[in-house]
Structures are given as structure tokens and as C-alpha cells.
Design a protein around this ligand. Sequence first.
Ligand code: A2P
Length: 324
Amino acid sequence: MALKPDSCVVLNDGHKIPVIGFGTYAPDTYTKEQAGESTKVAIDVGFRHIDCAFMYGNEVEVGQAIRSKIADGTVKREDIFYTGKLWSNNHTPERVQPALEKSLNDLQLDYMDLFLIHTPVELKPGDDPFPKDEDGKLIFNNTDIRDTWKALEACKDAGLVRSIGVSNFNRSQLELILNMPGLKYKPVCDQVECHIFLNQSKLLKFCKSQDIVLVGYSVLGSSRVENWIDQNSPQVLEDPVLNTVAKKLKRSPAQVAMRYLLQRGIVVLAKSFNPERIKQNFQVFDFELSDEDVLTLDGVNKNMRYLSIDVWKEHPKYPFHDEY
Ligand code: A2P
């Protein structure tokens, strides 16, 4: 079926997710207000799916932006698909619903469309999102993730969120949840890093077999924040093969990078704080890659992860030791 600006994927719980979403995480060089302003631009140019998280520190501003676009008649609440995420200091079951309620209060929304466990790695429960010991090392905790999941299921039953899912989970971590006794709701998605250099073909195949949607972040190669990302790593948008395909199709490398994922059935999150590029990133529905173009781009995969988050490596639930 041809992809259109309002195309959605039906989730395994019956709700629908728009195939393209706007990412709101900003490096420190941007203000939280800029995240809000960019969210308004994104809604104006057609984005209906907004991806945010408590950890981004901008739910107040992003919520304001969404509400202002509802107030001025551009959209209705039900047109918007809002994703939030449970941060790692709130995995213990009794902390899950209060964390969701705190986000909803910041957003001034009655419900989220999707709430994800942001990462399987857990930090010490408490108010500090990055608890550290005297040596400056992160303090880990290790709640059974299935107990966290049960608490998410209760949030769905309470009507605070329509759909629940996970992020940064590997296959065996997904299987742990899928195989848990008394599972009430399957995760609807796994949101993971995904781009032409990390095309996630194996995880995608597994997710499809389980009716789980793979949602891709850093699809343009991330914003390359210095603290987190190796500044010498190759850049997605400069890849020569991608640029050759883009030139042939008379599109930008960013548009082709997104289209490549969309055509493989991946839900794509694109992030930009530049109005022209936000607009450009939504213009991905009036051209198509041939099967041959897709195969050509398959060839540039190098299983290269930008966001490997080395400070988590010693946690027993570090997700990226496994191949996928
Ligand atoms: P900017 O905000 O200045 O547009 P990702 O979605 O992979 O995290 O990538 C985000 C990065 O890609 C940001 O640095 C963003 O910068 C840049 N970017 C977003 N859209 C485009 C585009 N269409 N062309 C070039 N760079 C883009």
C-alpha cells in the first residue's frame, strides 16, 4: 500500500501509530523553549506523532506546544499521537504510575498515546534521574523488568495511556516480556536506534514475527552530541551511496534515509530544530525507492551504533552486548 502523509500502522492492541514522528530531544545547545517552538512547526507542516520523554526535560514546553496547536484549531487532541517514556530511576513498580502522572501533569494532557520503558537499564530508584556514588559512577538497580511491565499494564487499564511499549530492548529482553506468565498486553513497539548504518534487519524480522512495531530513532545519524557520540564516526547523511541514490531521485539524503526505513515497515522518528528541514523531513510521501534502491542501501549497513551508552555497560541488563 502506498505511504501517505496520514499513513498509520495498526498496533497489536488495535490503536494506530502514524508512520512518521517528530523527535523532540535536543542537545544542550538548544533551549527547552526551542523544542516547543519546533514542535509547533512540526505540527504545522503535518507531523501528528510527537516523540518525547521525561528524560528530555522538555515535557512542559512540548505539552504547551501541542495544546497551543489544539487551541488554535490546527489539530484536535485525538489527531495527535504523543509518546512519553519512563526513566530509569522509576522502574520499581510503585514508582511507575506516579512517574507517568508527573509527565501528564507537566504536559497538561489527560492521557498519553504511548508510554515506553525508556531503557532496560535501571538506576537507583529516587528523585535523582542520574544517581551517582562518591566516585561519580552511576548507581544501578535491578528490578525484574517483568514487574515494571505489569505496572505499565496497570497504567493502561487505568486509562492513563492507550498503548505501552519498550525502547532499547534487545531480542531476549523482548522475549522475557512476551513469555512472562500472566502477560496481559504485549509491548506494541520497540523503539531503537535505526539508520542505514544500523539497519536492524534481524530485530525487525523478529519484531514483525511478533506483531511488534519497530520504531527507529537517530534515523538521520543523530545530532552527534559530543558527550555521547564518537565524533570520528561516519555520518549517515554524508554516505556516498545514500547521496548517489538521493541525486538520482532528486531528493535530499535525509529524505532518502527516512524513506528507506519507511518502505521496510519501520516507524520513523526524525528530529530537526530548523523549520526548513522540519518541513523537508515530512516531504517523504511523493517519491519511492525501487526494490533495487532498497537493496543498494541494505549494502551500506555496518551494524554501527552511535548511541552505545558506555556508562551502562556494566549493568546486567545492558542491551547492546547481544548481536540484536
Ligand atoms: P538540525 O536540527 O539543525 O536540522 P536524528 O533524527 O538522527 O537524531 O538527527 C538529527 C540531526 O539531523 C540534527 O542534528 C538535525 O539538525 C539534522 N537534520 C535533521 N533534518 C535534516 C535534514 N533534512 N538535512 C540535514 N540534516 C538534518
